[in-house]
Design a binder for this molecule. Structure first.
Ligand code: URA
Length: 195
């Protein structure tokens, strides 16, 4: 990855553009492979992520890693993960519109630098924050969206799957579409035991 990426990371580590900067322990810039062809975007760092500075290290992270493994994806090789906001909203509340607006330009730059072919949006905050505040995740999940010449797949957030296991089946159908698209656009030989 380029100097530009490292420069952006150090700029974000010192960010004080919104009040989340005063309560955070660590900025969670992102994790995984910055040269990956899949960029995963979620809501914001949780309690554990704030302590460790790494995205998805808590309970929903364990589930996300299981889903990736079933797809044949690893953080080391296939995916880069970040969030709509880079600092933990206290009490795990959803980030406010003001906080999202302050942080979004960082995400847009990050996407440009990683330059992925596929973007996965985990949950409503990611969908509404990146694409359109009026979209409903329950309606639009599983459908490819064309956004700035990139293909975007909205899916349920892993924490929703933990709260409601009935959502696991539809979520798996959506991730299967990502694997098929990855084979089509990136690597025809991509191996996944289950797809
Ligand atoms: N939930 C999120 O939305 N993002 C993380 O990084 C971890 C949990």
């Amino acid at each position: 990855m380029t100097d530009k990426f490292e420069n952006l990371k150090s700029e974000v580590s010192n960010c004080t553009k919104c009040s989340l900067s005063s309560t955070r322990n660590r900025v969670v810039f992102g994790g995984g492979n910055p040269d990956a062809e899949i960029f995963v975007i979620a809501e914001g760092p949780g309690y554990e992520e704030d302590l460790q500075g790494i995205p998805f290290v808590g309970k929903s992270g364990k589930l996300l890693d299981k889903i990736f493994a079933a797809c044949g994806f690893t953080r080391e090789q296939h995916v880069y993960i970040s969030n709509i906001v880079k600092c933990h909203p206290p009490g795990n509340r959803a980030p406010s519109k003001v906080e999202q607006a302050a942080c979004l330009p960082y995400l847009i730059k990050q996407i440009d630098l990683v330059d992925p072919k596929i973007i996965i949006l985990l949950g409503a905050t990611a969908l509404q924050g990146l694409i359109n505040p009026n979209l409903k995740i329950t309606k639009i999940r599983g459908e490819w969206i064309d956004w700035n010449n990139r293909l975007v797949m909205p899916v349920f957030h892993p924490s929703a799957l933990l709260r409601n296991p009935d959502l696991k089946r539809p979520a798996w159908e959506d991730f299967k579409k990502v694997v098929l698209k990855y084979r089509e656009l990136v690597d025809p030989g991509h191996y996944s035991k289950h797809i």
